[in-house]
Design a protein around this ligand. Sequence first.
Ligand code: H2B
Length: 97
Amino acid sequence: MTTVPRLTDAERDAALSSLPGWVLRADGLAICKTFRFGDFAEAFGFMTRIAIQAEKADHHPEWFNVYNRVEITLTTHDAGGLSTRDVALARAIEQAA
Ligand SMILES: C[C@H](O)[C@H](O)[C@H]1CNC2=NC(N)=NC(=O)C2=N1
């Protein structure tokens, strides 16, 4: 059941143009960005700040962490692609970085 509408291509492109470093995944269904920090503690602190906001919003990132690197993918499972929830979370992540 789809409870969240997917972004149109125009909405997606407009959102991406205002999110530096975020790129569309090859299948067009997600946006991605890799963040690098000074060490693991900084990377994990960043992830912790995001986790609190993600839980409050009930919208969660897919991510992969090695030492100081955090690779993040955002997509809306309930929509089968990108929604305004991914854009909102990407903006919150930028604030947390
Ligand atoms: C039941 C719960 O509200 C849903 O599964 C939420 C949880 N977090 C989620 N996170 C993401 N990224 N996409 C979703 O569709 C989603 N759905």
